[in-house]
Write a protein that binds this ligand. Structure first.
Ligand code: C5P
Ligand code: MG
Length: 286
């Protein structure tokens, strides 16, 4: 059915159930399908040649427009809060206020750097960001079959939009909800627009007023792509879900987190920097 599911990076707890969901989505057809995806470390790569790739935040953190002092403070925040973000032994309730703290402190620091709106394209061009192998096929297939893709990101919207624009895949079926920058009249970053989206509030609470899922209420088949336990709630605002297939990229601390990922995601992709499995499933469905 989907030969890519035989890749050694694929782990599935209930294979029969997964095949059943894929068959059901195919039966419903492309007019009932929508894709909901995280951005950082899901559509973008986690690593390349043993080196970490940047998140949309890191792209700015590491760029020439941030002072040395700002860089150090942002790196200190990352080193303190990232282990908390991915810790399988802490509850979401414990993590939530700490994530708000991280994002708030990082956004405050970035907002002090006089970042110019007009510099973002060049900053992205100069960064080490990479989309996962196969991104072209993913976006092309979805566009060709009129399947909407909703990118729900706790990263920085202005930066991630520029990444997909530079990759030439920002098609009309791509919609983004994320943290957007607020610039003053002269185009200098002054703050971030609300509501703040962090790893563990990616649910309906931050989509109030968007009406996005209501407009797509006929699309009851969902493919959800994420890399964090916080991404599992991204489809909670969909009014009626008939079939949902959750695909999780397990990038970091694979051994420690495997159990939780296998329990929550239908398909777990371990240290797989490609979109092969997603593309294989879509090729079968569409
Ligand atoms: O797009 P996504 O929801 O994955 O973006 C959030 C990611 O950005 C988090 O997983 C977090 O590790 C990372 N992050 C960061 N720097 C920050 C805040 C979050 O790299 N200041
Ligand atoms: Mg992510």
């Amino acid at each position: 059915m989907v030969p890519e599911l035989e890749k050694p990076t694929v782990r599935i707890l209930r294979p029969e159930r997964v095949l059943g969901i894929i068959r059901a989505i195919k039966e419903q057809g492309s007019s009932k399908l929508q894709v909901i995806s995280d951005f950082d470390m899901t559509l973008s790569r986690f690593g390349c040649n043993g080196r970490r790739c940047p998140t949309s935040h890191n792209i700015l953190d590491n760029s020439r427009v941030v002072s040395e002092d700002g860089k150090k403070k942002l790196k200190d925040l990352l080193h303190y809060y990232y282990p908390i973000e991915i810790d399988p032994n802490r509850t979401l309730e414990e993590k939530r206020p700490l994530m708000v703290e991280w994002w708030t402190r990082a956004h405050d620091l970035l907002s002090q750097q006089k970042i110019q709106k007009g510099d973002i394209a060049q900053i992205v061009r100069e960064s080490d960001v990479m989309l996962r192998d196969g991104f072209n096929e993913l976006f092309d297939q979805l566009y060709k079959y009129n399947v909407p893709i909703f990118i729900f990101s706790a990263g920085i919207g202005d930066v991630l939009e520029e990444i997909i624009r530079q990759a030439n895949v920002f098609y009309s079926n791509v919609n983004v909800v994320s943290n957007y920058m607020d610039f003053d009249d002269s185009g200098v970053l002054k703050c971030f627009k609300g509501p703040l989206i962090h790893t563990y509030n990616k649910n309906n609470s931050v989509l109030q007023g968007t009406e996005y899922f209501q407009q797509l209420s006929g699309r009851t088949s969902i493919i959800l792509l994420g890399d964090s336990m916080g991404d599992l709630t991204m489809a909670d605002g969909v009014p009626s879900v008939e079939n949902i297939l959750k695909i999780g990229f397990l990038n970091d601390k694979v051994e420690e987190r495997r159990g939780k990922y296998l329990d929550s995601y239908d398909i777990v992709l371990e240290s797989d920097e490609t979109l092969d499995v997603v593309n294989g499933i879509l090729r079968y469905i569409l």
